[in-house]
Design a protein around this ligand. Structure first.
Ligand code: SF4
Ligand code: SF4
Length: 130
């Protein structure tokens, strides 16, 4: 997987899912998608929700944990020096209950060419229990 492909981490709006019909993928919590370089896009209403989840005011949350997205059209979570998302602790998301739609949507709502090489999600018949 190239850096170019991995940069899709933050480009939900520009990506489409290319999945087999009747199949969905169940996340195995390997956290690989939390470690790729790139934006973790925050929608406007997600800023307030995540700030509240962290018991922070919106301004403090924005100052401590966000930056401008690469397209400068909104905010992204910041990343650590090793490119992991700032909200990752080990292999766990510390804002799991309030994580952004970008995180919840991968890989079933959006993905990128070659995603299965770097994601451990398991295909199951669509409609089956998770
Ligand atoms: S890379 Fe795939 S299996 Fe791993 S945490 Fe992300 S969605 Fe889940
Ligand atoms: S917010 Fe959570 S799920 Fe999303 S990239 Fe960061 S650690 Fe991963």
């Amino acid at each position: 997987m190239s850096e170019h492909d991995l940069s899709s981490h933050g480009s939900v709006a520009n990506r489409v899912a290319s999945l087999e019909k009747g199949v969905r993928y169940v996340c195995q919590r390997c956290a690989a998608c939390c470690k790729w370089p790139g934006d973790v896009r925050l929608e406007e209403d997600e800023v307030a929700a995540i700030a509240k989840f962290l018991n922070l005011g919106e301004e403090e949350f924005i100052a401590r944990f966000t930056r401008l997205r690469s397209d400068r059209m909104g905010l992204s979570l910041i990343e650590k020096d090793n490119h992991e998302c700032v909200m990752l602790d080990g292999n766990s998301c510390t804002i799991q209950a309030a994580k952004p739609i970008q995180c919840r949507g991968f890989p079933n709502q959006w993905n990128f060419p070659g995603w299965r090489e770097v994601c451990e999600a398991i295909p199951v018949p669509d409609g089956s229990a998770q």
